[in-house]
Design a protein around this ligand. Structure first.
Ligand SMILES: CC(=O)N[C@H]1[C@@H](OP(=O)(O)OP(=O)(O)OC[C@H]2O[C@@H](n3ccc(=O)[nH]c3=O)[C@H](O)[C@@H]2O)O[C@H](CO)[C@@H](O)[C@@H]1O[C@H](C)C(=O)N[C@@H](C)C(=O)N[C@@H](CCC(=O)O)C(=O)O
Ligand SMILES: Nc1ncnc2c1ncn2[C@@H]1O[C@H](COP(=O)(O)OP(=O)(O)OP(=O)(O)O)[C@@H](O)[C@H]1O
Length: 446
């Protein structure tokens, strides 16, 4: 990467090319006339692409190129986007406009940028005509190392569905969870363009990107390459709730886990890749609390899983014992599991009692949306955190712990107790996009 580039002063972001050979996809981007930034995705033991699926593969690869570009685009957020292959059809351009605007909303908010009216993918191209491909009836189940995907795995196993545990990246923790599922495994490697880190060093804009969208697009390519008719993420109902609102705009850290994104991508795959490729979230009907209740029964995973995102950094140190104990994910998962697990069991998982540590008060306050907004992390709604805390405040084994006692004496008097029941959070909602073939798995969750 030429160090003459000033990322924040660039004028054009270019999608240069996407190519694939021998199991390796290369996705190339550039700012202005700068050097190429090339991301590589490696698909292990890749079979030859069957001729009947060649067009679908090309369409999925093209979408991956467009979606994965978000990591690089954000470094400069220049005013113009150029596509080497010409304009997109309207549905594709709409998907990309929405993803870049909402998926980068947290990034924009935290950097004081306003992306409204700035992101506009060239449109005017023709839409393809796509039919079904008779894809094999088997499912890719993405694994993230945490509780949610393991609940989804066990639900799919409960109906005897043929499935593969798949993950992107080289996390040993995720690999251990995937092995523990007992399913066949597939590990896809993703290598960000090294030039991005150089741009960061040169003062590029930086911040959260909609990583679930990138993983989803990688798995759409994998589904066509290896032959799967479904990809079932484990995105909960609460993921659709905004983290905060400002200036009339919703900012949702988890936007690419939301139902809105699931609809956009699921419909797009049906109309642009294969009518029989289903993309959905198996956990969409459930709150975080319904999921932690289901996970509390999955004891074989207790010594391998972790929801702490600090494990998944590409660069820098990771927690020594899987749970850093300091971050919003650690706080939330501790709180959300507490009503459903015997206390000693929970303390054994985390190696400490986060609710008896006064120094963590501010972290739990944010989860409860008390004097703060919900953290920019993958955590449940404030109201469900409050319901969990209220449940603990009524249990003798928890009620004397420092932060539970603080909730009872300081926060509870300001709340409407009628809004704090746990049970309503355990009820599934009817809204989901799980295909008929997989719907029996929902019964295993709750
Ligand atoms: C692991 C993590 O949370 N990383 C976020 C963190 O990145 P950081 O700079 O502290 O370290 P690295 O992860 O090592 O990344 C180095 C730089 O690389 C760039 N980058 C990385 C991955 C990527 O896909 N695209 C990238 O451009 C970026 O410049 C990094 O600085 O802070 C970053 C800035 O806020 C975040 O972008 C990193 O988040 C990762 C993309 C990531 O994988 N995060 C997931 C754990 C995550 O947040 N998952 C969400 C799911 C919701 C969603 O899909 O939006 C969640 O669990 O809430
Ligand atoms: N590296 C990855 N490769 C593939 N899929 C992933 C990866 N990381 C996360 N996912 C998937 O993205 C979705 C959202 O991730 P999320 O972190 O919420 O789930 P989780 O790790 O299963 O549970 P938890 O909420 O406890 O962290 C899940 O379906 C998860 O499997």
């Amino acid at each position: 990467m030429s160090n003459t580039i000033q990322p924040r002063l660039t004028k054009v972001f270019r999608f240069v090319r996407a190519s694939y050979a021998d199991g390796v996809a290369e996705l190339a981007y550039a700012f202005d006339d700068g050097e190429e930034l090339v991301e590589r995705i490696r698909f292990p033991h890749a079979p030859a692409i069957p001729a009947a699926r060649a067009a679908a593969f090309d369409a999925a690869l093209k979408l991956l190129h467009l979606i994965a570009g978000v990591s690089y685009y954000k470094a400069g957020v220049p005013p113009r986007i150029e596509l080497a292959d010409g304009p997109l059809d309207d549905a594709t351009a709409e998907l990309l406009d929405q993803l870049y605007l909402h998926g980068l909303a947290e990034f924009a908010y935290r950097n004081g940028l306003d992306l409204r009216g700035r992101i506009s993918f060239p449109r005017g191209g023709a839409a393809p005509a796509v039919g079904a491909l008779a894809l094999p009836k088997r499912t890719l189940v993405p694994i993230g190392g945490g509780k949610d995907s393991l609940v989804a795995v066990e639900a799919i196993k409960s109906i005897g569905g043929e499935a593969t545990a798949v993950w992107v990246g080289n996390s040993a923790l995720i690999a251990a969870c995937a092995e523990r599922t007992g399913l066949p495994t597939l590990n896809i490697q993703r290598e960000l363009a090294p030039g991005l880190f150089e741009l960061n060093r040169l003062g590029a804009w930086n911040g959260h990107i909609p990583v679930t969208a990138v993983n989803s697009a990688i798995l759409a390519v994998a589904a066509i390459l290896y032959g799967y008719d479904s990809i079932t993420f484990a995105n909960e109902r609460s993921a659709s709730a905004a983290t905060l609102e400002y200036d009339g705009q919703q900012v949702n850290h988890q936007w690419s886990k939301s139902l809105a994104f699931e609809r956009l991508l699921g419909d797009w795959l049906h109309t642009h890749v294969a009518a029989d490729l289903d993309y959905c979230s198996l956990l969409r009907p459930y709150s975080e609390l319904a999921i932690t209740r289901a996970f509390a029964k999955l004891t074989p995973y207790f010594d391998v899983f972790s929801s702490c995102n600090r494990n998944f950094k590409l660069l820098g140190p990771k927690p020594v014992d899987r749970w850093c104990g300091q971050c919003p994910k650690c706080h939330f998962v501790f709180l959300a599991l507490a009503p459903f697990l015997p206390k000693p069991r929970l303390l054994a998982i985390f190696g400490r009692n986060l609710l008896d540590d006064e120094t963590q008060a501010a972290g739990f306050d944010a989860l409860l949306e008390y004097q703060d907004h919900k953290p920019f992390e993958c955590v449940g709604e404030g109201a469900e955190a409050r319901a969990a805390m209220q449940a603990l405040s009524q249990r003798p084994e928890w009620q004397e712990d420092a932060l539970v006692e603080r909730f009872r004496s300081e926060i509870l008097p300001q709340l409407d107790v009628a809004q704090l029941a746990l049970e309503p959070w355990l009820e599934p909602s009817a809204e989901h996009r799980v295909p008929a073939r997989l719907q029996p798995a929902l019964a295993a969750i709750g």
